[in-house]
Design a protein around this ligand. Structure first.
Ligand SMILES: [Zn+2]
Length: 219
C-alpha cells in the first residue's frame, strides 16, 4: 500500500511543489496533449479498456500548469461570471489538476463543455464510475460532500489516490478530506489493515463482466 497518491489539495491545502514534468505522460495516443502522472494514466487506460469505454469516454482535462489554471480561472470569470467560476473552478494553486492526479471526463459528444462536461450516471459513464475505485480512482466532488470539499458536485472529475484507499473511501462514503483526517488519526490501523482487491486481482478472480452485470456486487 502506498500513500504516495493521497495528497490532499484544496483551498486550505494549496500545492507547494509543482509536479515534476518527467513524471507526466499522455493519457492515450489519441489525446497526446492531455497528461497525467504515469501511474494514474496507466490505471485510467486499464480501466477504460476493461469496461469497453475507449472511444465512448473522452478525457477533457488532465494535468494543468499553474499558468493554465490561472488562465482557466480568468477566462471562466470573464465568460461566465465570478459566481460560476467559484463553483466549478479551483483557484490557481488549489486545483487537483496541478498534481497530475485528476482527470475530467466526458461522454463522447460533438460539443463538450470544457468546464462542466457531461458525464451522466447511466450507461458507460456509470460503469466507469462503479469500476473506478478498483483501479485507484474516486469520484472526488459529490453532491453529498459539497459542504466538506467546498466544491460543487462535479460528476466528471475523478482523482487518482491508489488502491486500497480508493476502495475504502468509496465503501465508507467519505470525502478525501474526511479520509485523510481518519488516516492521520487513531483509525489509521483499521483503515490500512482491511483487505482489498485492486482491479487486476479482482478481474482474475471473478471476471469483470459478471460484476458489472450484477451491478450491486461488492467485495
Ligand atoms: Zn476537474
Amino acid at each position: 500500500m502506498t500513500e504516495k497518491y493521497l495528497t490532499l489539495v484544496n483551498i486550505e491545502h494549496p500545492i507547494h511543489h509543482p509536479v515534476e514534468r518527467e513524471t507526466l505522460v499522455s493519457v492515450s495516443e489519441e489525446h497526446p496533449g492531455i497528461l497525467m502522472e504515469r501511474t494514474a494514466a496507466e490505471a485510467l487506460q486499464e480501466l477504460l479498456a476493461d469496461i469497453g469505454g475507449k472511444g465512448l469516454i473522452v478525457p477533457v482535462s488532465g494535468w494543468r500548469s499553474r499558468k493554465e489554471q490561472e488562465k482557466i480561472w480568468a477566462d471562466t470569470v470573464a465568460d461566465r461570471g465570478l459566481a460560476f467560476a467559484r463553483k466549478y473552478v479551483a483557484l490557481p494553486g488549489c486545483s487537483e489538476h496541478e498534481t497530475g492526479l485528476a482527470i475530467d471526463l466526458a461522454a463522447k459528444a460533438p460539443d463538450i463543455d470544457f468546464i462542466c462536461p457531461e458525464f451522466p450516471r447511466i450507461g458507460i459513464c456509470q460503469k466507469f464510475r462503479e469500476a473506478a475505485p478498483y483501479y485507484g480512482f474516486i469520484e472526488r466532488y459529490t453532491k453529498e460532500k459539497e459542504s466538506v470539499t467546498g466544491i460543487s458536485e462535479e460528476p466528471w472529475h475523478f482523482r487518482y489516490v491508489g488502491t486500497p484507499h480508493s476502495i475504502r473511501i468509496t465503501e465508507q462514503n467519505l470525502a478525501l478530506e474526511e479520509y485523510m483526517e481518519r488516516f492521520a488519526g487513531k483509525d489509521r490501523r483499521s483503515v490500512s489493515r482491511r483487505s482489498y482487491l485492486p482491479g487486476r486481482m479482482f478481474r482474475g478472480m471473478q471476471g469483470i463482466s459478471r460484476m458489472y452485470a450484477s451491478g450491486k456486487e461488492r467485495i
